[in-house]
Design a protein around this ligand. Structure first.
Ligand SMILES: [Zn+2]
Length: 607
């Protein structure tokens, strides 16, 4: 997935028919869901579950987390739960904990109904309104604890006139969709509404593009042209295409939005319409990242994420790889697809280095610890630069440096590409999961025939400063540090994925402090613009001496408008430049690096 959390300021019903059948002999063996869209204005979804006959006591559970590595307790939105048997007699429903219900007397099958409020927008949410429905089904559907791995069928009722359903789920007659298990069911986002759709084939794969946005805000042909480049570059880089059909689901809202969620056969992505218009490369970048996830994390998967524990956190040390190195691969895919050039790639790396180096926590929190602590990202204090680093940021840089280390250790015969292909062959294709960082090390050492324990000990498990120039020298590049006078607004604010922007810290003695800003205040507007994804750029554009106007909802209550003069501070800036006299060897390595390939074609990896 990808979501920006850090804002450095200073930086009707078939059920009845089935019910009749069931009273005689159950005509189905699988769990059947009907999701009613009858109440879009109130954001209320009614779900009916038909449980086939079986044991008398059944337990139903609603996940506490999904998509984001954050416990969100979706059960808080369940208004009521009821159950009856095939003859219409009421069955006892007993809550076992905040997310689990027990149904008694269900041996002949049961009909369970419940109502749930869904109004959480974006790729990590579930929402029903008068415009559309978008569901991450794990936020909506309870599962029978004893049938999680059994086939499931879902249908939608009371769908408003003219709306269509788009989902990667297998479609069945009568508007039903099926999945082999609950895990597969909830790995399949659903969009229902008045969207545009385009299909194309590329390299033997079939691709569906579904866009729900204002027609004037995007160009479907341009999006399809970009997607062709991404899917072709990714499949050729991996030498693999483990699907026949894949779906891209896009939203381009006018309001605050941003992020993407990966699935095994699809991705759901939201980009703000203005950002899309001004910086279309953002769409390519997030799309390449989410698409590559179909390998890395969905199929090349750490053991610590399996089986998914819907009741509590799955702790993993591997997000630096599963997320960060997915960004590294996305860079390579964009370079290979002609969507990113060398200069912009190097600028992005330099800005990533700056982002890591400027967070004091890079000396206290390792990439593995940042992965374990992902579950704290909802908390503003945790997001402070003194407390945490981002496993996206450091992980992407570890992907770059691991690539360079593998090239050096293998004398150019292997690269990050071979590491991913090795993991694909030896884990994903064999239905095995890898053991977090140890599994990555195993792959990197196998393709480079060298000991890379030092890399993992120092930079993955450890917090040693990364000696950038030692790595980049091998491709004739050096990191140049400069001094920059940066605007300093005197506070640090950040936001959770779709939450409000919260002030995490106010610099002691700053103008911001004198103006009355306090940690814990909610930032509503900065210079007249709604606080959101673009606020960090807004602040970066300020010039020391400018007046900043910040509208807040104070922690102690009340909305206020504060104004103060922006200060300045010296910060180290980073840039990537060519070394003074580049050798033929460095140049050859760099050419291969920018293609994401090994220098000397290796014999096909032993499969
Ligand atoms: Zn991701």
């Amino acid at each position: 997935m990808r979501h920006s959390i850090l804002i450095g300021s200073a930086q009707q019903i078939l059920g009845f028919a089935l019910l009749v059948c069931m009273a005689q002999a159950p005509a189905f063996a699988e769990t059947n869901y009907t999701i009613s869209l009858a109440n879009p204005d109130q954001h209320l979804v009614e779900v009916q579950i038909l449980l086939p006959e079986g044991v008398a006591q059944r337990e139903l559970q609603l996940p506490v987390w999904n998509a984001l590595y954050q416990v969100r307790d979706f059960a808080q939105y369940v208004n009521w739960v009821r159950a009856r048997d095939g003859a219409g007699r009421e069955l006892t429903v007993r809550g076992l904990d905040k997310s689990r219900w027990q149904i008694a007397g269900a041996q002949g099958g049961a009909v369970v109904d419940y109502q749930i409020f869904v109004d959480s927008p974006g790729p990590f949410g579930a929402q029903l309104n008068s415009h559309h429905a978008f569901f991450n089904l794990a936020q909506v559907l309870m599962y029978p604890v004893d049938a999680r791995r059994e086939p499931m069928v879902v249908r939608f009722s009371h769908v408003p006139e003219g709306w269509h359903v788009a989902t990667p789920l297998a479609s069945m007659p009568e508007g039903r969709f099926s999945a082999e298990s609950y895990d597969r069911l909830v790995d399949s986002p659903v969009e229902i509404g008045l969207f545009q759709e385009l299909d194309f084939d590329e390299g033997g794969g079939h691709y569906r593009v579904v866009v729900d946005a204002e027609p004037g805000d995007y160009n479907m042909e341009k999006i399809a042209a970009m997607l062709r480049k991404i899917v072709a570059a990714a499949a050729s880089w991996m030498g693999d295409r483990p699907f026949s059909t894949y779906m891209f689901l896009y939203h381009f809202p006018r309001g605050p939005a941003g992020g993407g969620m990966e699935h095994a056969y699809s991705t759901a992505i939201a980009v703000n319409a203005d950002v899309l218009a001004k910086a279309p490369e953002v769409l390519a970048s997030v799309t390449a990242h989410e698409f590559f996830h179909l390998w890395n994390v969905k199929r090349i998967r750490p053991q610590t994420l399996e089986p998914v524990d819907y009741m509590r956190e799955n702790y993993t040390r591997a997000l630096w790889f599963s997320e960060g190195c997915t960004s590294t691969a996305a860079d390579i895919i964009q370079l290979r697809g002609g969507l990113l050039d060398e200069r912009h790639f190097e600028q992005e790396l330099a800005s990533g280095i700056g982002e890591l180096e400027r967070r004091p926590a890079h000396l206290t929190q390792s990439a593995e610890e940042s992965s374990l602590d992902a579950w704290l990202e909802g908390d503003a204090y945790y997001r402070r630069p003194q407390r945490s680093i981002s496993y996206y940021n450091k992980g992407e840089l570890l992907g770059i440096t691991l690539d360079l280390a593998v090239r050096e250790a293998s004398h150019g015969q292997a690269s990050l590409r071979e590491v991913f292909q090795w993991m694909n062959q030896n884990y994903a294709k064999k239905g095995r999961f890898f053991s977090d960082s140890e599994g990555v090390r195993e792959a990197a050492e196998a393709v480079s025939h060298a000991d890379l324990g030092w890399f993992f000990a120092k930079y993955v498990a450890g917090t040693e400063e990364i000696p950038w120039n030692d790595f980049f020298r091998t491709v004739g590049v050096r990191v140049v540090e400069g001094k920059n006078t940066a605007p300093d607004a005197g506070f640090v604010a950040s936001r959770n994925f779709d939450g409000p922007m919260t002030v995490a810290a106010v610099t002691a003695g700053s103008e911001a402090e004198h103006a009355g800003l306090q940690a814990g205040d909610t930032v509503l507007e900065i210079n007249g613009k709604t606080a959101g994804q673009e606020s960090s750029q807004e602040i970066a554009r300020l010039i020391p001496g400018d007046t900043i106007t910040v509208k807040i909802h104070a922690r102690r209550g009340g909305d206020r408008e504060l104004k103060w003069k922006v200060g300045s501070r010296d910060e180290v800036s980073y840039d990537l430049k060519d070394v003074e006299s580049i050798t033929a060897e460095q140049l050859a390595r760099r050419t291969a690096w920018l293609k994401g390939e090994a220098q000397i074609p290796q014999e096909a990896l032993s499969h």
